[in-house]
Design a protein around this ligand. Structure first.
Ligand SMILES: Cc1cc2nc3c(=O)[nH]c(=O)nc-3n(C[C@H](O)[C@H](O)[C@H](O)COP(=O)(O)OP(=O)(O)OC[C@H]3O[C@@H](n4cnc5c(N)ncnc54)[C@H](O)[C@@H]3O)c2cc1C
Length: 393
């Protein structure tokens, strides 16, 4: 197995062959992928070297210190955090070869066509249909809240291929080409005024069977890999101390003594400690991840992330008083990424409301923790043996 010394050696070889100062950004990233230094735990030939995931941080640090460009992970978060691990686990060799390199390099943005107007928390109830027609599937339906659909080249899509079996069984997982003429993307405006996400109408979209991921009817199982990874990628990002939402409020506290009160001090300290505990728990989760697939523990991290972001941004608005209420940019922008710390307090306050909804609502994550971590009795599920077509809608 590739060890730390071998990775260091390969990193230096890469830097010598492709000096960041004189190599174009994309060229450097492609060379990094081909050298197996993109995600070192992926197999050789697919951007990795089959090394322990925990060795990635040292590679990243050495490349960063040498001034190497990164692949702008926040811009391609859905591809990196959700599509890639699903393709790696369920994709054919050809699919892996075709999609993973442009995904990691950032040449192709991915989005997630899961939620529908009638299927969010109860995702397995989804009604978008995929019907087999020769070597293709013909897809019709509507998806909603699709982040980055307007930027995306590809989507991970789940659709119903068999309405005659119970809802979890008749779903199949596909890779959808967002440039297909049957794909229509319309912006949806959020409370921030921006339109990060979209509704997506799929009308007669033809998807070749070669873009199916996993077996026919096994899409629910494949989607679990995506969803587990989604929670980890939303709640478990690596951040330095004071790197998250707590950073801007701590900075304001230090720089603006005139705003301080005793009560706010106590609350800020308590939240600072909680943010640090959550950050360190995230580190532990990542170490656990290097030993296997993400488990339901990721749901706990995502829960804490959502609650803390909302409480901390609320405290920041309170600390700033009237100034904290200023939010003067109501133009409908189409941001390429969610930037919590580079924006004003009002943006953080408004945007963090979505944290307890996206990637599974906090109520649903509490159910997952209750059932799969604590082993408490499951919610009654009266529809699990009923054919999807017979469910009340
Ligand atoms: C910023 C943002 C980005 C998003 N990006 C994407 C994306 O890129 N792709 C995508 O597919 N989706 C995306 N979503 C959608 C997101 O996954 C859904 O909004 C979410 O799963 C909830 O579904 P819903 O909106 O249909 O609400 P519902 O499922 O209708 O829930 C309504 C309320 O009922 C509660 N509830 C539902 N079921 C239960 C239960 N069993 N027990 C207790 N309470 C329950 C919920 O917690 C919630 O409060 C995004 C959402 C947001 C906010």
């Amino acid at each position: 197995m590739t060890d730390a010394a071998e990775l260091r050696h390969r990193t230096r070889e890469l830097l010598a062959a492709y000096p960041p100062a004189t190599t174009g950004r994309r060229d450097f990233l492609r060379a990094r992928f081909d050298a197996g230094l993109a995600w070192v735990h992926y197999p050789a030939g697919l951007g990795g070297l089959g090394a322990p995931r925990s060795l990635q941080a040292a590679v990243d640090a050495e490349l960063e210190a040498a001034g190497a460009p990164d692949n702008d992970p926040r811009r391609i978060g859905i591809g990196l955090g959700m599509a890639a691990p699903t393709i790696l686990r369920y994709g054919t060799e050809e699919q892996k070869r075709l999609y993973l390199r442009p995904l990691w390099v950032g040449e192709e943005v991915w989005c997630q066509l899961f939620s529908e107007p009638g299927a969010g928390s109860d995702l397995a109830a989804l009604g978008t249909r995929a019907v087999r027609d020769g070597d293709d599937w013909v897809v019709n339906g509507q998806k909603v809240w699709t982040s980055s659909a307007h930027l995306a080249r590809w989507a991970i899509l789940i659709a119903r291929t068999d309405p005659d079996v119970p809802k979890h069984q008749g779903i199949t997982y596909f890779i959808c080409d967002m440039t297909d003429p049957g794909v229509e993307v319309r912006p949806l405006r959020q409370v921030t005024g921006e339109a990060e996400f979209n509704e997506v109408f799929l009308t007669g979209v033809r998807i070749p069977d070669s873009r199916r991921l996993g077996e026919i009817g096994d899409g629910w199982r494949v989607a679990q890999t995506t969803l587990m990874n989604e929670r980890v990628s939303i709640g478990g990002m690596r951040i330095p101390r004071e790197g998250g939402m707590i950073g801007p409020v701590a900075k304001t506290w230090r720089e603006r003594p005139e705003l301080r009160t005793h009560d706010l001090h106590q609350r800020l300290l308590a939240l600072w400690v909680e943010a640090e505990v959550a950050r360190l728990t995230g580190e532990r989760l990542r170490q656990q991840l290097s030993a296997g697939q993400p488990g339901p523990e990721g749901s706990g991290m995502k829960l804490a992330f959502a609650r803390l972001n909302q409480e901390i941004s609320g405290l920041e608005v309170e600390l700033l008083g009237a100034e904290g209420l200023l939010y003067d940019d109501w133009t409908m922008r189409r941001p390429e990424l969610v930037d919590f710390t580079g924006r004003e307090a009002g943006y953080r306050y408004l945007r963090s409301k979505g944290n307890s909804i996206e990637g599974g609502t906090s109520e649903v994550l509490l159910n997952i923790v209750a059932e799969r971590v604590l082993g408490l009795p499951a919610e009654p599920r009266t529809d699990k043996d009923v054919a999807w077509k017979d469910l009340a809608r």
